[in-house]
Ligand binder design. Sequence first.
Ligand SMILES: Cc1ncc(C[n+]2csc(CCOP(=O)(O)OP(=O)(O)O)c2C)c(N)n1
Ligand code: SF4
Ligand SMILES: [Mg+2]
Length: 297
Amino acid sequence: MSNAVMEPGTLVQEPEAHNPVEPFLRMERIPHIWCPGCGIGTTVNCFARALMNAGLNTDKVAVVSGIGCSGRVAGYVNLDSFHTTHGRAIPFATGLKLANPELTVVVYSGDGDLASIGGNHLIHAARRNLDIKVICVNNLVYAMTGGQTAATTPVSSTTATSPYGTFEPTLNLPQLLEAAGATYIARWTTYHVKQLEKAMTEALKHKGFSFVEVLSPCPTLFQRRNHLGDGLATMKFYKEHSQTKHGASTADTGLTKEGDIVVGKFVVKEREEYIEGMTRHFTEHLGRPFEFKVRTC
Ligand SMILES: Cc1ncc(C[n+]2csc(CCOP(=O)(O)OP(=O)(O)O)c2C)c(N)n1
Ligand code: SF4
Ligand SMILES: [Mg+2]
């Protein structure tokens, strides 16, 4: 250690501080496009930490997003990532997984993209128990296009397309996914960062269709129109109104505009995964071992 005395007024060069999640992000694309108080960035932080926890080779992880503010995640993660068309992230991910079963395929998108326009694909991937991991950022609206009513918008909410409030029944995503056949289902909010990180880690490791719903504020378009305050007010709301109920019946996880939010790990079960099922089926029917392989030219 040097005993040299520093001259008064010498500038001390502080070592540059780095966030441990930086290697998982395309730092050259920062600052991101998301509004102040938006929850999407928080979910990305949790996802990066989940990738570290899961200890996966990131060369074998691919992220697929649809269109929307949440769909922009694909552009910020330092992984092979694909920004596909609106509602079509799951079919794209299905093709990717079948073409290269070694990959961990993560679909990262919004409630509108996954459950409104893309709802049909969501149901069938869950029915097949295809081994993909779906992270659904649920801000209760179609945010990117101006905050229109989505299938997930709670009754009586004011949106760009419902100035007198919405009246259509709201999709309860955990219940829908359980009925369709998903084998891992959890819900947290952007207030529950440690729990969310853990759920994402579990989903990354789970074999079969995994669904993690994250309630996330859109202060610009949902909270403001509904007089629910800013991003910080929404964190307080999530803190005060969330009830952790692991194993809760998904019939009881429906969302209302200002009611309590049931969070937790609702479903974890084992069921034959899609590629395993295909392998078993053809082995039985062809009378010889069948190996699932995609022919490349
Ligand atoms: C086929 C098609 N229909 C509509 C749109 C317009 N559009 C783009 S993003 C979006 C809403 C996305 O909502 P969500 O998935 O909830 O993402 P958020 O912006 O809320 O994060 C819509 C309707 C489009 N790009 N393509
Ligand atoms: S419009 Fe809403 S969801 Fe989109 S970046 Fe802004 S706060 Fe986030
Ligand atoms: Mg949305």
